[in-house]
Design a protein. Structure first.
Length: 197
């Protein structure tokens, strides 16, 4: 794949792949009946990934801002990060093995778009592995204590923050780019086949 199309480098999906997004602009999606079912679930999952990522960043910012940790600080971070990573892994498996092949057969002009999104998934799964490892290491170093953080605990939070801050933007870009391909396709096909997806 061209380097310019890689996640984190590209600014958006190529214009020639957005022909359905032009017919179905983002601001009209939620009002269309064709969104019911698969499209609604897709957007709900993506909204959840954005919300839980924001929550993780807020928790980290709060720890860094106060310089204090509570007994549940580490476990709460671990639960939220685990939920994000598990959700992404499951969501991408269903996309890769079920939805993307169906969508490519339904609209062959978008095969290249799904190849780009598949490449994104590989990059995101590498990021998932990295974040899982960083989380385990940082939470072990943070421990379960209450009060002012030690220098080692602050470094543990800073190390985790660096990984989250690097991964969050690429995840956000992928979610938005994927929506620009998938949701218009669902809306377009739903006019012909209400059971599509």
């Amino acid at each position: 794949m061209e380097n310019a199309l890689k996640l984190g480098i590209r600014k958006a999906m190529p214009e020639d792949l957005l022909f359905l997004a032009e017919k179905h602009p983002r601001e009209t999606w939620r009002e269309q009946s064709g969104l019911a079912g698969t499209g609604e679930i897709w957007l709900h999952n993506h909204d959840y990934f954005r919300a839980i990522t924001a929550r993780i960043m807020e928790q980290i910012d709060r720890l860094r801002g106060t310089g204090e940790t509570g007994l549940d600080s580490g476990p709460a971070l671990g639960r939220h990060i685990g939920s994000l990573l598990g959700g992404l892994d499951g969501h991408h498996r269903i996309e890769d093995h079920h939805y993307f092949p169906i969508f490519q057969r339904a609209e062959p002009r978008l095969i290249r778009a799904f190849e780009i999104l598949d490449s994104d998934h590989h990059m995101i799964h590498d990021a998932i592995d990295e974040l899982a490892g960083a989380t385990e290491d940082s939470l072990r170093r943070l421990g379960r204590s209450e009060g002012v953080m030690t220098g080692g605990q602050k470094r543990a939070v800073d190390d985790l923050a660096a990984v989250v801050e690097r991964i969050a933007p690429i995840l956000g870009q992928h979610l938005a780019d994927e929506e620009e391909i998938v949701i218009p396709l669902i809306l377009e096909r739903a006019r012909l086949d209400p059971e599509f997806g």
